[in-house]
Design a protein around this ligand. Structure first.
Ligand SMILES: [Zn+2]
Length: 183
């Protein structure tokens, strides 16, 4: 199904209007996308054999920022771009089942996790009556957290490819990556 070309997509400003919800906007945009989409016929294994682990931050457009095309890489994202057990789960599948060999880790300036502490879990407990089992993974020092993430990948027994692992901080104001070298 497609919407008529003349019908404008709802804007972000409209998204809190009753009956004009943001997810409707996404679905409408998808309809336009599918109209011109052609199946590239590629397999699921990423062409560049790389997995990019990054923060979920809305200002970080990984494909644009890294010159990536459809099918090039796995993008694995969470709050902070922190290497958690679930990121290791995805990387393990990425490497063992889908052939990736390299891992790029991307944190960024102005990350929301710089403003949080593990107290967040206790604040949640006070509010809802239970403390989450997961760590917030808040950090004070971006570079150190990138180094920790590199270390978590390099020491994971589940990953067969741990040599080509590099970490970066993306500057949300300049669009530039800065590499963080492991100590
Ligand atoms: Zn972030």
């Amino acid at each position: 199904m497609s919407i008529p070309a003349a019908e404008p997509l709802p804007t972000a400003a409209d998204s809190d209007t009753p009956g004009n919800h943001v997810i409707d906007r996404l679905v409408a945009a998808n309809s336009v996308y599918a109209d011109t989409f052609t199946d590239p016929g590629m397999g699921a294994a990423p062409v560049l054999r790389v997995a990019v682990v990054a923060c979920m931050d809305a200002r970080l457009d990984l494909h644009e920022a890294l010159g990536l095309e459809l099918g090039d890489c796995h993008t694995i994202r969470n709050a902070g771009g922190v290497v958690t057990d679930d990121i290791i789960r995805s990387l393990t599948i990425s490497q063992r089942a889908l052939g990736t060999r390299s891992v790029a880790l991307i944190h960024h300036t102005g990350c929301g996790l710089l403003d949080l502490t593990e107290d967040f879990r206790y604040e949640l407990e006070a509010e809802v009556g239970q403390r989450p089992a997961w760590a917030v993974e808040a950090f004070r020092d971006l570079d150190q957290d990138v180094r920790q993430s590199i270390q978590r990948v390099r020491t994971s027994p589940f990953l067969p490819h741990r040599d080509d692992v590099r970490g970066f901080v993306f500057d949300v104001h300049t669009g530039l990556l800065r590499e963080v070298l492991p100590r």
